[in-house]
Ligand binder design. Structure first.
Ligand SMILES: O=P(O)(O)OP(=O)(O)OP(=O)(O)OC[C@H]1O[C@@H](n2cnc3c(O)ncnc32)[C@H](O)[C@@H]1O
Ligand SMILES: [Mg+2]
Length: 172
């Protein structure tokens, strides 16, 4: 079975490989069709669904997966959020979200002004390509949870829901 992940970011591809262990996993850069830095749960989820749908519409893969990072507001504070979507050839859609952690208040103005969290993190942590490595979640959890590990959880939630639906539609 071929699983298409709508990103070439290694944290996303490796997370899908870890869950779909026995399948072929291919990464394609597809547009999220939302802002480069989504600013709500709704926009982040939409980005994940758009990516997954395009994976199915533009390839022969059996399953398309979209993973999208964003931020969302609770009261006046911004949290890192992540969403995933799995779309089947029959266009059945499954969604799930990942762990969220509070971002420093000092990021608010830059994020609201359109800056990308990935770039803000590189400057803040004095590292390169945080988004492709430990991620903001890795930095702020003292490396206990990496971006890949957080995505593994999201992909497991997607995989499990898809499996449950298949089991229950097979009539057994
Ligand atoms: O190539 P793609 O798949 O687009 O990978 P990306 O790293 O840009 O990831 P997203 O588009 O899903 O994330 C939207 C923005 O949020 C940033 N972001 C989200 N989660 C992050 C994290 O844990 N660490 C650093 N940046 C993060 C990311 O770098 C982007 O600027
Ligand atoms: Mg991006």
């Amino acid at each position: 079975m071929e699983v298409i992940i709508g990103s070439k970011n290694p944290t996303k591809r490796k997370a899908v490989e870890e869950v779909f262990l026995t399948d072929i996993v291919t990464g394609y850069d597809v547009p999220s069709k939302v802002s480069a830095q989504p600013l709500s749960d709704s926009e982040t989820r939409e980005g994940a669904m758009n990516r997954a749908m395009q994976c199915i519409e533009t390839t022969a893969g059996k399953i398309g997966i979209g993973l999208e990072g964003g931020v969302m507001q609770v009261d006046d504070q911004l949290y890192l959020c992540n969403w995933g979507a799995l779309v089947t050839r029959e266009k059945e859609v499954f969604t799930a979200s990942g762990a969220r952690i509070l971002l420093p208040d000092e990021f608010n103005d830059q994020l609201q002004g359109g800056a990308e969290l990935g770039d803000i993190m590189d400057t803040y942590a004095k590292r390169k390509d945080v988004r492709k490595n430990e991620g903001a979640i890795g930095i702020f959890t003292n490396d206990h949870i990496s971006r890949k590990e957080m995505f593994v959880h999201v992909v497991r939630l997607l995989h499990g829901q898809w499996e449950y639906a298949m089991k229950n539609s097979s009539g057994s």
